[in-house]
Design a protein. Structure first.
Lengths: 339, 339
DNA sequence: CTACAAATTGACAACGTTGTCATTTATTGC
DNA sequence: GCAATAAATGACAACGTTGTCAATTTGTAG
C-alpha cells in the first residue's frame, strides 16, 4: 500500500540498505547514488515507517516530561519543550506528576517500561521526588533536570540563574533611586526562593544599603501571598518605596493591595515580579520582571539528552543561564522625598 | 535481553500466539491456559514490546492534539487530555498550532504522515483552519473537535454549552435581585461569544427584563477588554448593578476598573466571569463564573475517537455538555435602592 | 456412536526498517 | 601495473509482535 524502502530501492536500482543509508545520512554512499536515491524518494513521496524504524532500533525517539500540574510555570516549560522536541525530531510525552502520588508513579513507570522513553526531563518540583530518582537510576534512563529545586548530586541540570536575576532586578530598583526596597521571599524549601533572596541581599550589599528584616516578608509565591505581604510592609510609617515581590503572581497581589490602599504605582511605590508569566504584561501597570530563558534552557536540556543518547556526551553537565530584565510600567523613579 | 513473548510461551508451555491472546484479552483461550500464561507473565515480569506491537499492527496508538498557544484555555484542555490519554492507553502528542502558519502546517503534516497518529483532537480555534480540515479529509484520520468555534459541518465535536452557561449565570444574577445587568460580548466571529450573548438575552427575556443595548459592550475576552468595557458602562448615571463580563480575564479587568473607581464588589456592583480559569479563584473577591466540564468533554472526545478507531462508532456524534455555576464572592444581592 | 459445529491451539508469514558482515569497486602508494 | 587499502554496495538476519489459517480438541445434536 504505502511506499516502502523496497519501492525506492527498485526505482533507484540499488539495495534497500543503500536507501537506508541515504535516508539516515550515513557515509559510504557515492554522490551519484545518493542523488539517484534522493530523486526516487522525492518522486515516490517515500516517508520512512516510523514503527519499523523504532522497532529495528529498539529506540523510541521519545522523551518523557514530568510537569507539576498545579505548577509554577508549567505552561512555559511545556510549550518550549514541544517546540524543541519537534526540532530534534523527538516525540514529547508530557505527564503531570504529583510527587509521592501512587498514580503519578504508575505513570512514570509506564513511561519508562511500556513506552520505553529514551530520556526524561523533570520540571520543578519533580526533581525532588524519591521515586523519580530511584526509577531513573534503576532503569539507567538519562535524565535532565530543568530548573531543579535541588542542585545537589551529580545529575545534570539546566537552570535559570535566580540569584543573578534577583540581583539584577534589585540593582534596577536601586538605579531608579530606591533605597528602601522590600522583598517577598517564597517558601524556604524552594531553592529559587533562597537564591532570589540572596540575589536581593547581594545587590543591597553592593549598593551599601542597609538590610532591614522587617522589609523581608516570608510569603507564598501567589496572589494572596503578595497581597498580605504588601499589607504588612505598608503598615507602619517607615514604608519601602519599592517592592520586589519575588514572583509575578505575588506582584499582582501587591498591585491589588496597593490599589486598595490608594497608593499609586509606580508614582509612590514601585513593584517588581519575577518569571515574566503571561499575566505580567496583562495587568495595569504591566509588571517589571525577570524573564528566564525558558526556550534556551529547554533547548540545552534536550540537546544534552540527545547527545547522551547518541553517546556524544557523558551527561554530567550542569548549566546555569542568566535571565533578562523586562521593564514595564510598574517600576519608576523613587518619588521626590520633598514632594 | 528483555523478556519477550517467547520466554513467556516457553514458561507457560504454549505457543506465542496463545500468549498474545492472553495479553490482548482475546477470546478462545481456556481458563486454565489463561491462568497459566498469566502466571508466567507475572513471574517473568513480561512487558509487551510496544515497538513490535505498533509495527505489527501499523497503528500508533497515538492521538495528536492541536493547541492554540496563545490560547484561551489551553492549559485546561491539555491537562485533561493527558489524563484521559493515559487512561485509554493512548499516547498524546500535543502541538501548538497557529492557524495558517507554515510551520504549524508542517507540524501537522508530520504528525499525520511521519508520526502516523491514529486520530486528531482540535481545540479552538484550530477547528477553523482550512489546512487542518483539508489534511484530515485527505488522510482520512478521524477528527474530534473540542469546543469548536464552528459547529457547522458533519465533523464530530464535543462542546461545552455556552448558551446554557450564560443563561444560567444571568439567571443567577437575576435571582440575586439584579435587574440592570451589563454584558461584555467577545469577538463576534467566536461562536462562544455569540452563544453566551444569546444565553444572556434568553435569560433576560425569561425574566421579562428589558434588553438595553448600551449595557452590552463589544470587547475582547481579556483583561483590557473588561477594564475598558467597565469604564464605558459605568460612565453615566444609569448604571448597571451587575456585570457579566463574558470571560474570567475580562471579569478581572472589570474588578480592577471598579476598584479604581472606588466601587465595591459585590456591595455595589456584582461581577461574573466565564470559564473558571485558575485565576478566577485567585482574585479578591473570587470571581463567580461558569465552569465547563473540561475533563468530561475531553473524555467524550477521546472516547469517540477510540470507538471510531475500533470501528464501534461511525464518528458522526456531536455532543454538547452543560456547564456548572461556580459561586464566589464577586456576586451578591442587589444593593437596596433606598440605601 | 457419528457427524458436525464450536472452541482451542499453534505454525508460520508478515510488518519495514537497521545492523552485520561479506563482496565488489575505486583509489593509493610503490 | 600490482598489492594494499579505502570506499561503496548488497545479501540477509534480526527486531517481537499480530494476523491468517490450518489443525486439533471438545462439545453437541441426532
Amino acid at each position: 500500500m504505502a511506499v516502502t524502502i523496497k519501492d525506492v530501492a527498485r526505482a533507484a536500482g540499488c539495495s534497500i540498505k543503500t536507501v537506508s543509508r541515504v535516508v539516515n545520512d550515513e557515509p559510504y554512499v557515492s554522490e551519484a547514488t545518493r542523488a539517484r536515491v534522493q530523486k526516487a524518494i522525492d518522486e515516490l513521496g517515500y516517508v520512512p515507517n516510523i514503527f519499523a524504524r523504532r522497532f529495528a532500533q529498539q529506540r523510541s525517539y521519545t522523551l518523557g516530561v514530568l510537569l507539576h500540574s498545579g505548577g509554577y510555570n508549567q505552561q512555559a516549560w511545556l510549550s518550549s519543550i514541544l517546540e524543541i522536541g519537534y526540532e530534534y525530531n523527538y516525540d514529547i510525552l508530557p505527564q503531570s506528576y504529583f510527587p509521592a502520588y501512587k498514580k503519578s508513579q504508575q505513570k512514570l513507570a509506564s513511561l519508562i517500561h511500556e513506552r520505553r522513553i529514551d530520556g526524561l526531563v523533570t520540571t520543578p518540583p519533580c526533581d525532588l521526588d524519591e521515586f523519580v530518582l530511584q526509577q531513573v537510576t534503576q532503569s539507567g534512563i538519562p535524565l535532565v533536570r530543568v530548573n531543579p529545586y535541588d542542585r545537589s548530586g551529580d545529575l545534570p541540570y539546566v537552570s535559570g540563574d535566580d540569584f543573578q536575576g534577583a540581583r539584577m532586578l534589585t540593582q534596577h530598583l536601586m538605579d531608579l533611586g530606591h533605597r528602601r526596597i522590600a522583598f517577598f521571599r517564597g517558601p524556604l524549601n524552594h531553592r529559587m526562593s533562597v537564591d532570589r533572596f540572596h540575589g536581593y541581599r547581594a545587590a543591597l550589599e553592593e549598593g551599601r544599603l542597609e538590610y532591614r528584616a522587617e522589609w523581608v516578608q516570608d510569603s507564598l509565591f501567589n496572589f494572596d501571598g503578595g497581597y498580605n505581604a504588601t499589607r504588612m510592609v505598608m503598615r507602619g510609617e517607615d514604608r519601602p518605596t519599592a517592592i520586589f515581590a519575588g514572583s509575578d503572581e505575588s506582584a499582582q497581589g501587591a498591585l491589588f493591595a496597593l490599589r486598595e490602599m490608594g497608593i499609586e504605582v509606580p508614582g509612590e511605590v514601585s513593584v517588581a515580579g519575577f518569571d515574566d508569566m503571561p499575566l505580567a504584561g496583562n495587568t495595569w501597570p504591566g509588571i517589571t520582571t525577570v524573564q528566564m530563558p525558558y526556550r534556551n534552557i529547554v533547548e540545552q536540556a534536550v540537546n544534552l539528552l540527545v547527545d547522551v543518547l547518541n553517546k556524544k556526551d557523558s551527561g554530567l553537565q550542569q548549566v546555569i543561564l542568566p535571565g533578562r530584565l523586562i521593564l514595564r510600567g510598574s517600576t519608576g523613579p523613587v518619588p521626590d522625598p520633598q514632594g
